[in-house]
Design a binder for this molecule. Sequence first.
Ligand code: G4P
Ligand code: NA
Ligand code: NA
Length: 193
Amino acid sequence: MKELVNRIEKDGRILGEDVLKVDSFLTHQVDPLLIKQVGYRFASHFAEAKVSKIVTLETSGIAPAVFAAEKLGVPLIIARKSKSLTMKEELLTSSVYSFTKQETNQISISSKFLSKEDHVLIIDDFLANGQAAKGLIELCSQAGATVEAVGIVIEKSFQEGRQLIEDMGTNVVSLARIASLGDGAISFLEGDA
Ligand code: G4P
Ligand code: NA
Ligand code: NA
């Protein structure tokens, strides 16, 4: 997605060798005009895919996911990282290990929101090692739902996430694909949409 790549080139900052800071338009401050275009790009890419629900993981996947859900006319489910006090019903749960934070989190969705009739599009802001996306796929599988694809705003193609998800049999569609953050420069691969 050209507009997204342009914005990453303009405002993205490299931390170390492998972290891209995009807090001015995606992960902290949100540019609603750009992120709406991002959400709508997912919606048009998956317009024929019979998606019945979108699933994301709190926090930074929510903004692009809500625009995609609005355009596709389907509900958005936000998987939780910590148990909310009001979540007393039956839960679908999965463990997500973060290599970055070196900790395991339980993620969950109330089982009443997903069924075997559902066709799910998973959306997240970053794909790094793929553990979050894997956990979300597992939640959908527990419900018997079909995962149509994983839609990613920024894929770090030098990490293992995409391979892991494709090896699970799930298609990955990334709007920006980063080949490398080495030598202080951001280099891109051709995006999927
Ligand atoms: P993984 O799910 O692909 O295995 O990712 P990992 O554990 O490595 O990432 C942990 C968190 O860091 C995730 O957010 C992920 O989106 C984010 N992340 C990974 N690489 C980058 C990066 O290069 N830049 C930025 N800005 N974020 C990155 P989180 O903390 O779980 O969620 P959120 O609340 O921030 O959405
Ligand atoms: Na995230
Ligand atoms: Na994030």
